[in-house]
Design a protein around this ligand. Structure first.
Ligand code: HEM
Length: 362
């Protein structure tokens, strides 16, 4: 995963360098919208981690998935009745879905054909070590007669789509806010960069990947990311339906009641986080997540309990790798064009974009 993340990030950074090179100003700098850049980045990373890179249709699958994601985000503003009517948008989604399904099917078939030839059943390679490969191991035709649990074709396709949808925009959003907070807190940007350059001097060289050992040493970066996810959690609220009658904090909650958990609000509760709850203070995480607030379970960025985010480690590693690589090669500040208007659709994003001014480090 880190290798895929590093490879895709390297290409994005090369584009940034070209944009800076082409800029006309005396101070060589380029204004780049982080929302667009990071959505494109995480779509490519998630797409490759899910489907690999070997099949020609993977790039098209990524474009179709991203298109579906954009429509899903936009339609959260619609009245629910509109989700079920044959509107132009819904018909478009249906067409996209059909195309997507057929592309994924062709990747699956190519994998299975290669399975015999390249990997060989029973070999450790199986159908490949990406998500699709793992799911194909449990796919019905592979398991017939094995007595094990199986997945149908639709389930394999749906799992791949869920993985992409749940992880793409959320991770991009966390990156966007981390860049924003480091742009408006330059002293923290310098501090974290110092740590990155000390522990990860290779930057974005072709053969250099910030591996688990390096990431473990980037403590300030990790604290900054936790603090970012506290102030700007990509998922602002979650809901739960009471499976049985319950009493919560002295209030009776009848079975079937839907409870909203306002993560964004709870993360700024002064009683829990202290009087500086609205301020950016990564030092609160110096002793770890459980000691950052009065309640050891106060940080709900990835939810808690049985439905906790299954991709949280992947999401965090992705963000750490991307931030370490960027910090080692660029400095950045907020563009005067930026207007602070966060909005919540599928995730918490800046309503009018996140233009940052990027410069190459000397
Ligand atoms: C870094 C950004 C991310 C954030 C802030 C985030 C946040 C969350 C939250 C709050 C939930 C719980 C939703 C609920 O209970 O209603 C969740 C669930 C989930 N997330 Fe993430 N997530 C992130 C990245 C990812 C990634 C990268 C993946 C996979 C590649 C992923 C896959 C999932 C899945 C599959 C679920 C559903 C789990 C279940 O219901 O059993 N997430 N995520």
């Amino acid at each position: 995963m880190s290798a895929v993340t590093a490879e895709v990030t390297r290409r994005m950074m090369q584009q940034w360098r070209e944009q800076i090179h082409q800029s006309n100003g005396v101070k060589k700098a380029a204004e780049i919208d982080m929302i667009h850049a990071f959505n494109d980045l995480t779509a490519k990373i998630n797409g490759r981690v899910a489907f690999g890179t070997s099949h020609q249709d993977v790039e098209e699958v990524i474009v179709l998935m991203r298109e579906m994601q954009k429509i899903a985000t936009a339609s959260t503003l619609d009245a629910p009745i509109l989700w079920y009517l044959p509107t132009r948008r819904n018909l478009h989604v249906r067409r996209l879905n059909k195309q997507l399904r057929s592309k994924i099917m062709s990747i699956m078939q190519a994998r299975l054909a290669a399975d015999g030839a390249k990997y060989g059943r029973g070999d450790t390679g199986g159908c490949g070590d990406d998500l699709l490969g793992l799911l194909l191991e449990a796919w019905t035709p592979n398991r017939q007669g094995s007595g094990g649990d199986t997945l149908t074709t639709d389930e394999v396709i749906d799992e791949c789509k869920t993985f992409f949808a749940a992880g793409q925009e959320t991770t991009a959003t966390l990156l966007v806010w981390a860049m924003f907070l480091l742009a408006v807190h330059p002293q923290w940007q310098d501090k974290v960069r110092e740590e990155v350059l000390r522990e990860f001097p290779g930057g974005d060289g072709d053969d250099v990947i910030p591996n688990a050992d390096i990431l473990a040493k980037l403590k300030l970066l990790h604290m900054v990311l936790l603090e970012t996810s506290r102030l700007y959690p990509p998922v602002v609220y979650i809901q739960r339906r009471a499976a049985a009658d319950a009493v919560l904090g002295g209030i009776t909650v009848p079975q079937g009641t839907i409870i909203s958990i306002p993560i964004g609000m709870l993360h700024r509760d002064k009683e829990v986080w202290g009087p500086d709850a609205n301020e950016f203070n990564p030092m609160r995480f110096e002793q770890g997540v459980t000691k950052a607030a009065k309640d050891s379970k106060a940080l709900l960025t990835f939810s808690l309990g049985p439905r906790v985010c299954t991709g949280q480690n992947f999401g965090i590693v992705q963000v750490q790798v991307v931030m370490a690589m960027i910090l080692s090669k660029f400095s950045f500040s907020l563009s005067p064009e930026y207007v602070h208007k966060p909005k919540y659709l599928l995730s918490l994003t800046p309503r009018l974009g996140m233009p940052l001014i990027l410069r190459n480090l000397q």
